[in-house]
Design a protein around this ligand. Structure first.
Ligand SMILES: *[C@@H]1O[C@H](CO)[C@@H](O)[C@H](O)[C@H]1NC(C)=O
Length: 512
């Protein structure tokens, strides 16, 4: 008797977790895999069973974790395609969301879905999931997984909320005051900026529309067989893509702008941050830094080996002339490094920023870096290179905890001026502490993540959060049908009046 009870309890305990499929297929750029791993960590800690489809396999290992390595999708994805530092330096090219990126992401997702191991998962009738969490990155192709496993899905959006992603659960943001995801503008906009934002929105919509039929064909090929095997019919991609239960956003109002958001969007920025201690050597360097530490890292996407030699030497000279200790994250070791400069191939960024002696962070301004700077209250000197980095840095400048220098061959000179101004002026540190307080004054983002994931499973897709805006076509939202009707009525009356009046005049004429 007691044994049965214990067994039942044990079973309830071991099977209490949900089976969750987490999908972060991007094979490049460490930041996305850091976000993916963060999701996996929190779900595992809450006792769930996690299958992780990833482009960057994680070192995490746990009895309830299974990884599916799709890093072979790198073949479709050449990093040089969109971020060549020497081209950015010479201002040869600007990265925009254009056909190239839209197509690149589609091809990568298609490769992921048709990957042997992913197909094996989908075609195994014993595999079932309660929830799919997919990173949204300029394409929605992988929602097919929710059709295969007949379960709800959640988007994880790595950026500040923007029209492309909000239109999937509610509606496009207002371009007159909400900048596009890659825009450099910060509201309030000038007349020209407002027009440019409107134009960008139209361009996004056109690009998506253009890809639609090709995408549908690939969608059927990738997911059709598995759905049919499970005895169902594959819905249209255009229908599934608007069927997300919600978006969990790597955003927070302290970093971004205050925006109206539907209840199905929950900001959880900072959920990936962990408290870890520094390695001994760095700990000593930072403890001993009497004048403070400047941490310099251009992120994982901009690689040092592509940086021109003159720029490297120029930076080394400038950094060496500073009073502060500098920790420079670079993938290679340089010669003749000044005494106050420490080059590290690997930098535990969060722990460096967490150290009280860290006084400034020189960064490319990626979403995670801006986030972590705010989390630990360190001012930013931004050197944006592409994508959302301009917007992140421009916002931080506007908020008052950052300054910006352009990525150019004059970087060393500009950097020196900016560093001296930022170290000398306390306003940056005061501002970042103030915003950091706002950033921390909320429920822990990790438990928020787990709560909403479980909520979606418990309520079978959270249909109560679904926005009615998804049911209203754009011309109805703009009341174009009403305008059409008014136009019709007015034209009709003009026509009738003309007829009637002219007849009357005719009659009058005849009577005369
Ligand atoms: C949308 O999601 C709900 C809940 O998960 C599901 O029942 C429905 O079949 C989905 N519809 C489409 C078109 O995917």
């Amino acid at each position: 008797m007691r044994l049965t009870a214990t067994l039942i309890l044990l079973m309830a305990w071991c099977c209490a977790g949900y089976r969750i499929l987490v999908v972060f297929p991007l094979p490049v750029g460490k930041s996305h895999s850091i976000l993916g791993e963060g999701v996996v960590r929190h779900l595992l800690a809450a006792g769930h069973d996690v299958t992780y489809i990833t482009g960057v396999p994680s070192k995490l290992s746990a009895p309830k974790l299974r990884q599916i390595d799709v890093s072979a999708n790198k073949k479709t994805y050449k990093q040089e395609d969109y971020c060549d530092i020497s081209k950015i330096l010479s201002q040869e090219r600007e990265i925009l969301f254009d056909q190239t990126i839209a197509r690149l992401q589609l091809m990568m997702n298609n490769y992921t879905a048709t990957h042997e191991d992913v197909q094996k998962l989908m075609l195994d009738p014993k595999e079932e999931f309660d929830l799919v969490i997919i990173e949204w990155l300029f394409n929605e192709f992988l929602v097919g997984l929710s059709s295969v496993f007949d379960c709800p899905f959640i988007w994880l959006s790595s950026l500040e909320p923007h029209g492309l992603v909000l239109s999937l659960i509610d509606e496009w943001t207002d371009p007159s005051y909400m900048p596009d995801v890659f825009s450099k503008a910060v509201p309030p906009f000038t007349f020209a900026q407002r027009i440019s934002e409107l134009w960008t929105m139209a361009r996004h919509k056109y690009i998506r529309w253009q890809l639609m039929s090709e995408e549908q064909v690939l969608f059927e090929r990738a997911f059709g067989p598995a759905v049919a095997m499970r005895g169902r019919q594959l819905p249209l991609l255009e229908d599934v893509k608007y069927n997300a239960s919600m978006i969990l956003g790597n955003s927070h109002v302290a970093i971004g702008q205050s925006t109206k958001l539907p209840p199905s969007y929950v900001p959880i920025a900072g959920y990936h941050i962990q408290n870890k201690s520094l390695p001994e050597d760095l700990q000593k360097i930072m403890d001993d830094a009497k004048n403070g530490v400047i941490y310099f890292s251009m992120g994982s996407i901009l690689e040092a080996k592509r940086m021109p030699e003159t720029l490297k030497q120029g930076l080394l000279a400038i950094l060496g002339s500073l009073r502060q200790t500098v920790i420079w994250k670079l993938e290679e070791t340089l010669e003749n490094v000044p005494e106050n400069v420490h080059i590290v191939n690997f930098a535990p960024q969060q722990s460096i920023l967490a150290h009280p002696n860290c006084v400034l962070f020189i960064t490319h301004g990626g979403m995670l870096s801006t986030n972590e700077a705010l989390h630990f209250g360190v001012p930013i000197l931004g050197v944006p290179a592409f994508g959302d980095q301009f917007q992140n840095v421009n916002r931080a400048v506007q908020k008052g905890f950052a300054s910006q220098v352009p990525l150019s061959y004059d970087l060393p000179r500009d950097l020196k001026v900016a560093v001296e101004e930022m170290i000398g002026n306390p306003k940056y540190r005061e501002k970042v502490k103030e915003l950091s307080l706002i950033y921390h004054d909320r429920r822990a983002p990790g438990s928020e993540l787990v709560h909403w994931a479980e909520h979606v499973v418990r309520t079978r897709g959270a249909p109560h959060l679904r926005s009615p805006a998804l049911l209203v076509p754009w011309y109805q939202k703009m009341y174009l049908d009403l305008f059409g009707l008014i136009f019709l009525l007015v034209s009709l009356s003009v026509f009738v009046i003309r007829r009637f009046v002219s007849k009357k005049i005719d009659v009058n004429k005849k009577n005369r």
